[in-house]
Design a protein around this ligand. Sequence first.
Ligand code: SF4
Length: 387
Amino acid sequence: MRNSVNIREFEDGSEKVFVVRDFVEVRIPLEKYRQMIKRRDKEYIISFGEPRRVLSHITKRELVFVTKESGIPLMGSSAFGVIDRGTNLLQIRPVSGCNLRCIFCSVDEGKNSKTRVTDYIVDPDYLYEWVKKVSEFKGDGIEGHIDGQGEPLLYPYMTELLEQLNRIKEISTISMQTNGILLSERKFEAIEPFITRINLSISSLREEKSSMLAGIRYPVERVKRVAEMIANSRVDLLIAPVWVPGINDEDIEEIIRFALDVGAGRKYPPLGIQKYIPYRFGRRLKNVISFTEFYRKLEDWEKEYGVKLILKPEDFGMHRRKRFPHPFRKNDRVDGVVIARGRMRGEMLVESSNRVITVKGEYKTGRHIRMKIVRSKDGIFMGEVID
Ligand code: SF4
């Protein structure tokens, strides 16, 4: 990983703490640190000093560095890397973890998550290599969509990554999902030249409601200014609220009016209203409606506000495209090596034929295991240990 330019340091109880680029938290026992600093400089200690704990500064979970040298492939997990769902859009996931804790979060993100125990950060050069390889296979007109299980702008190397993605000739569009909180003017200036569209998630324009939905005190005025800043730039703005019926019905109408006032959606639709869907490992609310009811309401709002709200993949230039091939399928039996902790409690990541497979159980890294592939969807694999 590259050397950082922004390092903070402090002592916390019996640990020396370094926070690199506001994201990577390195913790070293104070006593050991005092011995090390007599012989080594700080840069060395931050990079290699042992014993240490490396955490996400935001979520306080263990942070795994996914580099070429780590031997962790960038396809096979939904938490990081590249996901190809058989269209011309590639999901690019450089980091996991979120600065919010939305009550409707489908991936139970943020601090104090009940299910997520590990975060990942991918080296930008390594991510570029994989995206390039997959894009070359799929052909021209690819949309590189930066998203993730969390907030992509936590990634400390976003500008470097975007610069690299911009050089891949098959990629014609780069878009990004964000909650916008970290998008300062300076950060936006750095990424603006590379981005075609930003999908900004904001589910209420009212202070109290938006904080209730986000699970933390939410800076609604700041995010509104971020929306204006994007709308006034060359980057297309799509506002993407999650509608939780019975909680933010009126807020959604306010957001529709705001999106139209601010000038969202020049090339693409201005709004992408998302239905709240309870997921097995996400946060579950009772406020669920059917898709029929959802689309009926969108139709009403379309008529009332004269704006397209029922969206199709074609509205974003998406179409089916050959899938990048994978070496195994469901029910195959394969051998692999345990390479890191899994995203959820009681899971490990295993490498096999240059793909990641998630298995349940506690195994030492480096251990060889035999698995049956029990789930294989869109190149995301789950295995069951059989030996
Ligand atoms: S911003 Fe997205 S990832 Fe983060 S907690 Fe909210 S819904 Fe989850």
